[in-house]
Design a protein around this ligand. Structure first.
Ligand code: IMP
Ligand code: MG
Length: 180
C-alpha cells in the first residue's frame, strides 16, 4: 500500500460532486444513443478505473449493448504515469464489424488510449470511438481526442468514482482532488 493512501481526508477537495457527475453521465448516455440510433453498441470497459463509470453509462445509453472488459495496467501505485501499458485481461469476444466504444476513466498523457486504439483497430471494428469521463488535456504526450468527454479538468491528481490512489478511494461517489 502506498503510504500516501493512508493520509487523512483533509488532503481531498471535492472537484465534481455526485449530482453533477450523474447528470453528465445521463447526458453522455443520451448523446451516444442518439449518435448510434438503435444499432447495438459494444462498450469496452477499461479496468479498473472505469468500472463505476461504465456501470452507470451503459444504463444511461440503454438499448442494445454488449459490455466487454479489458484489463490494463499503466500506473504502478503512485501519481506519475510509467508510460508502460500492460494488458492484464483481454476481451472475451471478437469486435470485428462491431460499433465499439472504449470507456475510460481519464485521459492524461494519452499514452494508454493511444496504445489501446492501435491494438483494437487491427481487430477491424466497424467503428471505434472513445468515451472518457475525465480529460486532462494539459498533460498530453501524444495526440488523443476523445469522441465523448464528461469533464475537462486541470492537471491535478484526482480520485473517486472508480479512480484510485494506490488502489484506494475508488468507492467515493464524487471526484476529489488529491494534494500531496
Ligand atoms: P495516461 O496513459 O497518462 O493517459 O493515463 C492513463 C491512466 O492513468 C488512466 O486510465 C488512469 O487509470 C490513470 N490516471 C491518470 N491520471 C489519473 C488521476 O488523476 N487519478 C487517477 N488515475 C489517473
Ligand atoms: Mg484507467
Amino acid at each position: 500500500m502506498n503510504a500516501a493512501a493512508n493520509k487523512d481526508s483533509s488532503q481531498f477537495r471535492v472537484l465534481i460532486p455526485e449530482d453533477r457527475l450523474q447528470a453528465r453521465v445521463s447526458e453522455l448516455g443520451e448523446q451516444i444513443r442518439r449518435d448510434f440510433g438503435d444499432r447495438p453498441i459494444t462498450c469496452i470497459c477499461v479496468l479498473k478505473g472505469s468500472f463505476i463509470f461504465t456501470a452507470d453509462l451503459v444504463r444511461a445509453v440503454g438499448g442494445a449493448i454488449e459490455t466487454e472488459f479489458l484489463g490494463v495496467s499503466s500506473y504502478h501505485g503512485g501519481t506519475q504515469t510509467s508510460g508502460v501499458v500492460q494488458i492484464t485481461k483481454d476481451l472475451t469476444t471478437t469486435i470485428e464489424d462491431k460499433d465499439v466504444i472504449v470507456i475510460e476513466d481519464i485521459i492524461d498523457t494519452g499514452l494508454t488510449m493511444h496504445y489501446l486504439m492501435e491494438m483494437l483497430a487491427v481487430r477491424k471494428p466497424r467503428s471505434l470511438s472513445v468515451c472518457t469521463l475525465l480529460d486532462k488535456p494539459a498533460n498530453r504526450e501524444v495526440e488523443m481526442v476523445a469522441d465523448y468527454v464528461g469533464f475537462s479538468i486541470p492537471d491535478e491528481f484526482v480520485v473517486g468514482y472508480g479512480l484510485d490512489l494506490g488502489e484506494r478511494y475508488r468507492n467515493l461517489p464524487h471526484i476529489a482532488v488529491y494534494t500531496p
